[in-house]
Design a binder for this molecule. Structure first.
Ligand code: NG6
Ligand code: CA
Length: 505
């Protein structure tokens, strides 16, 4: 009798559990790193830096071996990730100047607006670099449109990059900590203000510039662009990882406290490991590689803090965490920070050729890890061809929210591959550097293009060549042997298919 009662009770309890706690869509955290190369973290082979937290993510989830950003620089990759469309279809999506207006206009469907429709609360934290405002920005007034107008509920941003003015954070529509009596002015043309510049006052710098980056000095580092005013609002580079990590943690804490019944989407964009590389003193000297290695340690710490926060709230099991990078690695990106001199035998690009800005594989093949303990098997790897452009359609499938069907997207639903349930990813993928490249299975075609074969400033092979290039990556991951002449028909057919995709809309 007692046993029967117990059974009835157990069944009742099960039936009474509110449906959201059984079937609630997972929280989604995208950790989007800046300029991190395929070979820059332990779980992808790095031996000169320790990344225990990133490695833990991989050990508890699926590590993708052929995961890509859609472009070899920041703005187009971020545009594609959020909109599900190739950036090269739209003008003005190259590396955005620090005063660019909003590149994704309100009304454009985005990952954030899709998830918002599906009941998520969302935050964009960290690097934005997709422009803000509709006209020339006045940093002293409310700044709109921005993330809040394309589906995010809140934001805390580095407006462009760490090396561009204005060196201030923007929270929702306001510059954080601005004194109205000390207004901000910014110029990417003629000099403004009377503050020292890297060009005229190199003796004031704690880190020398190498190319570009010689305008207004803020916190001992000269930047791209001139800035005056806004002194109370200026960030301290060494504190940036702490500030952004704190913001991410606070968003999760607040969400749990006030919106626990809703899932959340956290789009967390680190400044690390972009230039200027200015780690907090806790991480200085943590590697032999100088600042570039030390900011990888700092990045790993930040990832660990976010994972710890999920654990603390009991959210680990039902949160999909994706860790990836907006483009491949670069050593000297404009500051003399010892990245080249102290690199030693570290291989930021792993086995691949090129790097940031390059149409060769290292431009876009980046660390790409997905962890969701409830659905993704721990400690797995996948060779599926994956791209961040597919987050839109894959998340739509995940949360059961249809994509607006009057629109055409480049984004494809590869949820089964993302969850490690299928080994089949994309059949084809267009990758953007100065020129476009097409991946199909192990084959890679790079269209002919003018421009230098090696970018002198950053010392990276661009992939530019007047000749058509064709590589077989499973046999030749380093893209050493151009097979276009041996396989003219395959090369011509792939070129035709690249043109078809280009002309599709
Ligand atoms: C380049 C900058 C480089 C970096 C890049 C954007 C110069 C000479 N170089 O123009 O330092 O800021 O833009 O990087 O100014 S990205 O990761 O945001 O695409
Ligand atoms: Ca980048």
């Amino acid at each position: 009798m007692q046993f029967c009662l117990l059974r009835v009770l157990v069944v009742c309890c099960f039936l009474c559990v509110p449906s959201w706690s059984v079937a609630q869509n997972p929280n989604i955290v995208v950790i989007y790193v800046d300029d991190l190369g395929y070979g820059d973290v332990g779980c992808y082979g790095a031996r000169r830096v320790n990344t225990p937290n990133i490695d833990r993510l991989a050990a508890e989830g699926c590590r993708f071996l052929d995961g890509h950003s859609s472009a070899a620089t920041c703005t187009p990759s971020r545009y594609s990730l959020l909109t599900g469309n190739y950036a090269w279809r739209k003008r003005g999506t190259g590396i955005a100047p620090g005063d660019a207006t909003s590149i994704i206009t309100p009304g454009t469907p985005t990952v954030a607006s899709l998830l918002q429709k599906a009941g998520y609360r969302s935050a964009a934290i960290g690097k934005w670099h997709l422009g803000l405002g509709a006209d020339a920005i006045d940093w002293n007034k409310p700044i709109s449109p921005g993330p809040l107008e394309i589906g995010f509920d809140e934001c805390f941003l580095i407006p462009a990059t760490g090396d561009r003015v204005p060196t201030v954070y923007v929270s929702n529509h306001e510059v954080v900590g601005l004194d109205p009596n000390d207004p901000i002015s910014v110029s990417f043309g003629d000099p403004i203000g009377d503050e020292p510049t890297g060009l005229k006052n190199p003796e004031l710098l704690k880190m020398q510039w190498d190319h570009g980056h010689n305008a207004t000095i803020v916190n001992g580092i000269s930047r791209i662009g001139f800035m005056s005013g806004g002194k109370s609002a200026r960030w301290v580079d060494e504190d940036m990882a702490d500030v952004l990590t704190q913001q991410a943690i606070r968003f999760i804490d607040r969400h749990v406290a006030t919106h626990a019944k809703q899932p959340f989407f956290l789009y967390y964009n680190t400044h690390d490991i972009h230039v200027p590389r200015a780690p907090h003193s806790r991480f200085v000297g943590s590697t032999e590689l100088g600042p570039r290695g030390d900011v990888i340690s700092e990045l790993d710490w930040s990832v660990g803090e976010i994972l710890r926060t999920l654990d603390q709230h009991g959210l680990r099991d039902n949160t999909l965490v994706i860790f990836t990078s907006d483009n491949g690695p670069v050593l000297n990106d404009g500051y003399k920070d010892q990245a080249v001199e102290r690199n030693g035998d570290h291989t930021p690009a792993g086995p691949f050729r090129g790097g940031k800005y390059s149409a060769f594989e290292a431009g876009t093949r980046v660390p790409f890890i997905a962890r969701w303990p409830r659905r993704i098997a721990a400690g797995t790897t996948s060779a599926a061809l994956m791209c961040q452009i597919d987050f839109l359609a894959s998340f739509a499938a995940l949360v059961g929210e249809p994509l607006p069907n009057e629109m055409q997207f480049d984004s494809e639903n590869h949820l089964p591959a993302l969850l490690g349930e299928s080994s089949q990813g994309r059949e084809s993928l267009v990758l953007q550097a100065g020129v476009l490249a097409l991946r199909e299975g192990p084959w890679k075609l790079i269209e002919p293009g003018k421009g230098p074969a090696v970018s002198k400033q950053v010392n990276i092979e661009t992939g530019n060549s007047l000749a058509l290039q064709l590589y077989q990556l499973s046999e030749d991951p380093g893209e050493t042997t151009n097979l276009a002449k041996q396989e003219p028909q395959r090369a011509a057919e792939m070129m035709e298919r690249l043109d078809q995709i280009r002309d599709r809309r």
